[in-house]
Design a protein around this ligand. Structure first.
Ligand code: HEM
Length: 427
């Protein structure tokens, strides 16, 4: 048992259970960057263009979805005290359904190929169903703490997102039978970004920010009420939106701005109170992510006051860049740099105990390598943001982002190489 993590050897799933997902995620980011390079500046004309939808899902399902799913397989035993039953078989099934499902969905968008979309629906629908059921059963028997509560709500958010996504995809798979495409898409993306991604990040932060960044704990009243409060606000927003009560929507949305703003503000403040004042890569990734999480809702709010701005083509691209690229990708990237070396060290510790020397985390993944990739990511977000006004910037943005994802993959693979070399020595 490691006192720092509360993780015990017999509870931890085999290393490949989360790593299969972690090592695949940056490859989807790389595909997304290549897609932007191939599509060029024309991409920015409308959010409804097939390459934009393909890009969005390479990032939300490919990069974020796979990394978050892998992290949940790892974290459920730790935070909820209840591992997923048969983790190897379940995680392999989920992986084998999701990866081709994402590729077929993206390919189907790009090639306007209904059969690919239909197959993607079957694969993604069943992959997420297996994952959600397995995680829900684990959480049902697990502990009841604020992180477990955040995970439960995030899983509900994922279930709603996937159901709406499948309904929308059926439009592409079986002809345009769903007339209310725009409204359903707004609901789908709100549940995906706020209900699934946002809720999971908040819930997981309660555990990992104090643990990995050595900060004081989040205030108790906040950890007890914030995720459930945000979930109720999202439900209310959905009802108001479906009921056509549009004048009330900005009011409800302001509660979101306040909730996520509170979370980002408290996280930044806790980080200034950390016990060891050295800056590390994860800390910087989280700071950058929190900055974007403060900026995105302000931009959304600006759109509520200036409808000519929110109705323009630039608005969704600016919001998406800030929320997906600036916030979600940064936080997940930063987390990977803590979880990956930690798990390698943890698994080597159990295998090498009394047999050989266990490399420390800095030897597994050196700081300089992570920093190089971090700066590339930090540069890519403002480049994408500015490209919305200066379209030729989309090319350097995509090149920098591609390099960032390539380097991330190389860093994760080199860390995994340390694990494999050491295991070979003792087997
Ligand atoms: C089974 C999984 C999913 C399927 C089948 C799916 C399908 C779709 C489809 C068909 C659309 C386009 C709607 C239209 O053109 O009428 C769409 C839009 C969108 N989806 Fe998904 N989706 C899935 C998961 C997700 C997830 C998990 C997220 C976020 C975390 C997400 C974020 C988005 C966003 C942001 C858009 C709007 C894109 C834009 O405005 O250009 N999707 N989705």
């Amino acid at each position: 048992m490691t006192p720092q993590s509360g993780l015990s050897f017999d509870q931890a799933p085999p290393i490949l259970v989360p790593f299969r997902f972690f090592l695949s995620a940056p490859l989807f980011g790389l595909l997304a960057a290549v897609l932007v390079l191939v599509s060029g500046a024309g991409l920015l004309e409308s959010r409804w263009l097939p390459p934009v939808l393909a890009f969005t899902h390479l990032m939300t399902l490919g990069f974020l979805g796979l990394a978050m799913t892998g992290a949940l397989f790892q974290m459920l035993p730790v935070v909820a005290g209840a591992p997923v039953a048969k983790p190897v078989a379940v995680s392999l099934t989920v992986y084998a359904l999701l990866v081709p499902g994402i590729l077929l969905l993206v390919g189907g968008f790009l090639a306007v190929f209904p059969l690919a979309i239909r197959l993607a629906m079957i694969l993604l629908g069943s992959g997420f169903l297996v994952f959600i059921l397995a995680a829900a059963v684990s959480l049902k028997h697990g502990a009841d703490n604020p992180t477990a509560q955040g995970m439960r709500l995030a899983l509900l958010g994922l279930a709603v997102t996937v159901s709406l996504g499948l309904a929308l995809a059926s439009n592409y798979g079986w002809g345009w039978w769903l007339a209310d495409r725009v409204r359903l898409t707004t609901l789908h993306l709100s549940w995906g970004l706020l209900g699934w991604v946002g809720m999971l990040v908040v819930g997981v932060a309660y555990q990992v920010v104090p643990m990995f960044q050595l900060t004081p704990s989040y205030p108790k009243p906040m950890t007890r009420r914030l995720t459930i409060g945000l979930f109720v606000v999202l439900l209310l927003w959905t009802l108001l939106y479906l009921g056509g009560m549009t004048p009330l929507l900005p009011l409800d949305g302001t509660l979101f701005v306040a909730g996520f703003g509170l979370f980002a503000g408290v996280t930044l403040r806790l980080q200034t109170q950390r016990r060891r004042k050295v800056s590390d890569v994860t800390l910087l990734f989280w700071r950058y992510g929190m900055g974007a999480l403060l900026a995105a809702p302000l931009l959304w709010l600006a759109g509520q006051f200036f409808p000519e701005f929110s109705e323009g083509a630039a608005y969704p691209f600016l919001l998406g860049t800030l929320f997906i690229g600036g916030f979600a990708v940064s936080v997940v990237n930063g987390m990977l740099y803590k979880i990956v070396p930690f798990l390698i060290w943890f698994h080597l510790q159990s295998r090498l105990m009394g047999v050989g020397k266990v490399p420390n985390m800095k030897e597994i993944l050196p700081d300089a390598k992570m920093r190089r990739q971090m700066w590339l990511h930090f540069a890519s977000v403002p480049l994408f943001f500015l490209a919305v006004w200066l379209p030729p910037l989309i090319y350097p943005a995509a090149v920098v982002f591609a390099c960032s994802m390539l380097l991330l993959e190389a860093n994760l693979l080199s860390a995994f190489g340390v694990y494999r070399r050491n295991i070979k020595l003792v087997s």
